[in-house]
Design a protein. Sequence first.
Length: 241
Amino acid sequence: MGDVHAQLKEVIKNSDNIVFFGGAGVSTESGIPDFRSADGVYNMKYKYPPERIVSHSFFMQNTSEFYTFYREKMLHPHAMPNKAHYALVELEKQGKLKAIVTQNVDGLHHKAGSVNVFELHGSRSRYYCMNCGKTYGMDVVFEAEDVPRCSCGGIIRPDVVLFEEGLDEMVIARATAAIVEADVLIVGGTSLNVYPAAGLIQYYSGRKLVLINISSTPYDSQASLVIRDKIGETLSAAILE
């Protein structure tokens, strides 16, 4: 175990009020591509720019094309939690991890068994009718040949935050409260360039900010510990070994 990994293990050992803030890098080890890297979704070539396809206006105006892209590139029904997810489950069971704040919409933290998870951008596991509000699971997308429809005839949409839409205020409030109260804030798998989600880091006023990411972030200079390594291996070594 490298020196920085040993330091992380010591930080975790000496705290019982930890919050984890994660991004797409947490799930890449589960085979889910990120968005902004060279091989990410946003750099793939389509008829329309992917950022436009996953916007509110495009969904409303081109719902069928939205779902074609969504089924092909946004859904990963067979993806399974990785070492990072299970390490966080164990940390929560120990009573040390008080909350997970995630930018991901894959639902893998819940799938792994984590309980107190704040999904800033919603979840691809949940769907609802825009007309009557009836809720559905992911199967409704695969069962529909085109745009999934509710029994009332309304359009069913994913319970995710699309571009041009605001984040859920209640989720933001609860996530912010957890970060404010945290003794240790571990940030992993995110470049911290996506706002407003990344802005939540500013609410942490403690002195134990840990950053785990392959590339640099705007907060590196403020961190007490920076680890340039895969998050699954890093958390697994610090928590499970």
